[in-house]
Design a protein around this ligand. Structure first.
Ligand code: NAD
Length: 485
């Protein structure tokens, strides 16, 4: 085992979970055993929550500005320790080190935003009638929890950890069972930054642990990020228990290419989007819709994809099961008559024969009714659909049940705006392959990519992680003055 046993983090200390079910953490790079951990029990969660309740009551009394100070220190620690964390993410997720470093950079940016929350969280105060004042303030919710996926072991947890804590809550993280090691690092750094014990907690596990979180009476709000299937389960179960829930699901992102797009720029951006993090990004390009004659761009696209080196410029997919599933989609599309322009099946990286690699794959002449065009593949696979008009392209995009991202590549500003206005996606791009909004803009899709309202980052965090209190005050002693005067 390369890393120590993964433990829960409870009241500022690492403790083993108590179920006898043991999970293995396998590196996608070479199939090596990295670590193990025990599934948690309801008693483990109860212990965490008991201490979190006490810690949160005290934390709520610390001013917002002072709470933010902890995160200025935390940001510096993230920067200082980013090399070690890069290696952990690389080992447990399989993405290449530069991609691991990029997600730490994003976690740093998210922490900077959290530090700026005192500038945004302004209450209001108004004389609503003569001598009568109404004021509003934002109050923390209490204990909140986040359930996260495997594809960004550090960035996605930071979507919520830092904002929720600065806003005065206690926090429980349920990491993905595939990549639980980097969150151990987060716990260490938050403690070192001076975050009081009991405020940041980790509970490791799988479905039973998620169910215990959804059912726990003292957890007020839950965020979930993962597949649409599980997002629906978590949203329904936690809402049924009267919790506030925001659940982000899967995606199938479309890139609409018009013949006037700059071929070099379009090709390099689209290939970076479909292959980055081995296609395991909820913002990855999955389907390219070529409108009219885009031959020059498609040729450049293939040339760009051929430059990719598996194992050095393209990382591994998360598991053997994921590799088999992705390859199955390619095989099915081929059987249905699509042409495989570039085939990433059966990729073996010398020296890493036990790793889970799929090479970049381009599938041409896909039709909108094929499975590869409809379902989330979550691998470095781009399906190409050819259409004659922009309206046809938008109909295909609009008919997809998901709604995370849609981008258009063109030099024509009017058509670009038309696509951005008419795409059924929460995050649109114009000549941008991965249109992730940067802080302070919030991250959130539409349709089956999100259940609940608001974004998971940015200013939406204020409404999600706090509740508003209104106070009406009258110091005027005139007998006839009341709140309607
Ligand atoms: P997943 O849905 O399998 O798992 C996500 C979390 O849910 C994990 O912590 C897991 O332990 C838990 N879980 C799994 N099955 C469960 C069940 N039956 N009941 C309760 N909990 C369960 O997702 P994943 O494979 O880890 O991540 C990939 C998915 O996440 C993709 O679909 C991707 O698009 C999506 N994703 C979406 C966004 C977004 O912002 N919309 C961001 C990142 C990833």
């Amino acid at each position: 085992m390369i890393y120590q046993e993964v433990k829960n983090f409870s009241n500022g200390a690492f403790v083993s979970a108590s179920s006898s079910t043991i999970h293995k953490v396998i590196s996608p790079i070479d199939g090596q055993l990295l670590s193990t951990f025990n599934e948690s029990t309801i008693d483990d969660l109860n212990t965490i929550i008991k201490q979190a309740k006490i810690a949160q009551k005290a934390w709520q009394k610390v001013t917002l500005k002072e709470r933010a100070q902890v995160f200025y220190r935390y940001k510096q620690l993230l920067e200082k320790n980013s090399d070690e964390l890069t290696q952990i993410i690389h080992h447990e997720n399989g993405k290449i080190p530069s991609e691991a470093k990029a997600e730490i950079d994003k976690a740093i940016e998210l922490t900077e935003f959290a530090c700026s929350l005192p500038q945004f969280v302004n209450g209001e105060n108004m004389e609503v009638s003569k001598g009568v004042y109404c004021s509003s303030t934002r109050v923390p919710l209490g204990i909140v929890a986040s359930i996260v996926p495997f594809n960004f072991p550090t960035m996605v947890p930071h979507w919520t950890i830092v904002n929720a804590l600065v806003l005065g809550n206690a926090f429980v993280l349920k990491p993905s069972e595939a990549v639980p090691i980097s969150s151990q690092f987060t716990a260490r750094l938050l403690k070192e930054a001076g975050l009081p014990d009991g405020l940041f907690n980790i509970i490791n596990g799988t479905q039973p642990t998620v169910e215990a979180i959804c059912d726990h009476p003292d957890i007020t709000a839950i965020t979930f990020v993962g597949s649409t299937k599980v997002a629906k389960i978590v949203y329904q179960r936690a809402s049924h228990n009267l919790k506030q829930v925001l659940a982000l699901g899967g995606a199938k992102n479309h890139i609409i290419v018009l013949p006037d797009a700059n071929p070099e720029m379009a090709a390099s951006n689209i290939i970076a989007s479909m292959s980055g993090c081995a296609g395991q990004r909820c913002m990855a390009a999955a389907t390219l819709i070529a409108v009219g004659n885009c031959e020059a761009i498609l040729e450049k696209l293939t040339a760009e994809a051929q430059k990719i080196q598996c194992g050095s410029t393209l990382g591994a997919v998360i598991s053997k099961g994921a590799k088999e599933k992705i390859e199955g989609y390619i095989t099915e599309a081929e059987a249905q008559g699509a042409s495989i322009l570039l085939d990433g099946r059966n990729t073996v990286v010398p020296g890493k024969e036990n790793g889970f690699y799929v090479g970049p794959t381009l599938i041409d002449h896909v039709t909108a009714d094929m499975k590869v065009a409809q379902e989330e593949i979550f691998g470095p696979v781009l399906s190409i659909i050819r259409v004659q008009t922009l309206e046809e392209a938008l109909t295909i995009e609009n008919n997809n049940p998901y709604g995370n991202a849609c981008s258009v590549f063109t030099q024509n500003g009017g058509l670009a705006n038309y696509v951005a206005e008419n795409a059924s996606a929460g995050m649109c791009g114009i000549n941008v392959g991965v249109p992730v909004p940067r802080e302070p803009f919030g991250f959130g899709g539409w349709n089956e990519s999100r259940f609940g309202s608001g974004d998971i980052t940015g200013k939406s965090a204020i409404t999600f992680f706090t509740k508003e209190k209104k106070t009406t005050t009258k110091w005027n002693i005139e007998a006839g003055i009341n709140w309607m005067s």
